[in-house]
Design a protein around this ligand. Structure first.
Ligand code: UTP
Ligand code: MN
Length: 494
């Protein structure tokens, strides 16, 4: 019909239409689905098309006649104004009567007052909502992102696609979908039409096509296909085990293994210690950790650290410091103001946890941090501070309101993943900022490099043009060095 490739193909795919000849080039109709309903809309679309009308799938700036049935004028207009690229003064907003009259006549009838759905509240000059989205930055560190996601329908789909690219080690596309999802999470409301996507950053052809399909059909066929894809499902299952990444999942998959019992029955497979614990505590650690559980763990770690030195500093970081209700683990920074003392602090804390009988697994990494080797110019997934990845036994009696256990679990305890990191105090702010996590922190590094000629990581901030390190005591200091407005941790859920 009128739109190129993607849309036309899908149309004929969906409805098996015979493509009719266009008779009225200047009239482009858009049928509003709300109140009208999907099946009536597709019936009317088919009818209009068969009469030589162009019926647009998407509300874009090409549309000349917007047709609605059973809509309240106020709510229809509110919705229309939120669709960014519409040139509303030049569009006819019409009742279904105009459409049925035109169908009867076999041509677009002249617009009369009785056809019009009039705007009850004319837009004030600056009050239109579509400007809300006009100034979104491509960098997450210049956006505020709370845990409230108004675009979950799109970001859930993008996450499946990103994961699938990750499993296949197609990093560029994986990143593109993750960045697009992150941008959408920052928006104050849902994207409602194609026109609104035009001014948004981080959206490419593929991401837009997926969104367009979701807007029209309620879901993406590409995502649906992946979700029922055997390879995707197997990778998803295998990588849900602590200590199993895409490489191991691929190895197992290529051996023909498809389930946990396949893996555990295969004598030729060697599981490392991490993976063994991953399987041993699978049920517990694949279950979300609650805020109350995180608070209880904080008390436990705090007690253990203070028993070693009363000056110990403990800070919650990671997802819970961003205000998340649930997490996959709990992340803490444990250190002390006494420089150098932090190196031995962590092993002592671990020892304390062991003596309490609650240490189920411990993977300790001694510090390899060396100021003389800074700045680190290549990207590294892990920082050089002393750290440990733990599995702890958490007693239900220590959790306010009880454990987040499965129904019928009568053990009275559960296993939980806990990460501890121990930076020297003069690098504390950088570690805290880095470990707070999400795409926010990745975009901070990208922003520092691309926009400021600086190198930022979990250890330090280095100004390449001045050839010097920029010290910071707090996260606010780092934002100030970068010339960025300070953004609170709970606004960093990018
Ligand atoms: P998480 O994977 O724990 O994510 O990493 P999260 O945001 O807390 O979300 P949950 O746990 O899934 O709810 C937290 C931060 O710790 C950093 C990660 O880069 C991330 O920013 N981290 C983790 C490191 O910097 N180094 C490590 O070795 C491990
Ligand atoms: Mn975490």
């Amino acid at each position: 019909i009128n739109n190129g490739g993607f849309t036309s193909v899908k149309r004929s795919f969906l409805f098996g239409w015979k493509l009719s000849e266009v008779k009225f080039e200047d009239v482009r109709v858009y049928l509003v689905e709300r109140k009208m309903g999907r099946s009536r809309r597709s019936f009317l679309t088919q009818l209009g098309t068969s009469k030589g009308f162009i019926v647009e799938d998407v509300l874009s700036d090409k549309v000349t006649h917007v047709v609605s049935e059973n809509s309240q004028a106020a709510s229809l207009w509110k919705w229309l104004k939120e669709c960014a690229s519409m040139d509303l003064p030049n569009v006819h907003v019409l009742d279904i009567s105009w459409f049925t009259d035109s169908m009867r006549e076999g041509r677009p009838v002249a617009v009369e007052t009785r056809h019009l759905i009039q705007d009850t509240e004319p837009t004030s000059a600056e009050g239109s909502t579509h400007t809300l989205m006009a100034t979104v930055s491509q960098y997450a560190c210049q956006r505020r992102t709370t845990t409230e996601n108004n675009n979950k329908i799109f970001t859930d789909a993008f996450e499946v696609l990103a994961e699938s690219y990750e499993f296949n080690e197609i990093e560029g596309r994986c990143l593109a979908f993750r960045r697009a999802a992150s941008m959408l999470k920052s928006l104050p409301r849902a994207v409602r039409c194609l026109g609104e996507m035009q001014d948004l950053p981080c959206l490419g052809e593929h991401t837009k096509a997926v969104m367009e399909e979701i807007l029209q059909c309620g879901c993406s066929f590409e995502v649906k296909k992946l979700l029922s894809d055997e390879r995707y499902q197997t990778f998803k299952l295998f990588t849900s085990v602590f200590g199993v990444g895409p490489k191991t999942a691929d190895k197992w998959h290529r051996r023909g293994l498809r389930s946990f019992s396949d893996i555990l029955a295969d004598r030729s497979i060697h599981l490392n210690r991490m993976q063994q614990s991953g399987f041993l505590h699978y049920g517990d650690i694949s279950r979300a950790v609650s805020k109350a559980e995180a608070r209880s763990l904080r008390n436990i770690i705090d007690g253990a650290a203070r028993a070693i030195t009363p000056a110990a500093i403990l800070a919650l970081t990671g997802g819970f410091s961003r205000g998340k209700e649930f997490g996959h683990d709990v992340d803490f920074i444990v250190t002390t103001p006494e420089l150098g003392r932090e190196e031995s602090l962590l092993p002592e804390v671990i020892d304390g946890l062991k003596k309490q009988g609650i240490l189920l697994y411990c993977d300790y990494h001694a510090s390899t941090f060396d100021v003389a080797k800074l700045p680190i110019r290549r990207f590294e997934a892990m920082d050089h501070f002393a750290k440990c990845f733990l599995i702890l036994r958490l007693e239900g009696s220590r959790v306010e309101g009880g454990l987040n256990s499965a129904e019928g679990d009568g053990r009275g305890w559960r296993a939980v993943r806990v990460d501890l990191v121990s930076p020297p105090m003069d690098h504390y702010a950088f570690a805290l900022l880095g470990w707070t996590g999400s795409r926010f922190e990745r975009d901070l590094r990208r922003f520092a490099g691309a926009k400021r000629g600086m190198l930022l990581d979990n250890h330090a901030l280095y100004d390449k043009t001045k050839n010097e390190f920029l010290a910071a005591e707090t996260e606010k200091d780092i934002f100030a060095h970068l010339g960025l407005e300070y953004i609170e941790p709970w606004q960093r859920n990018a």
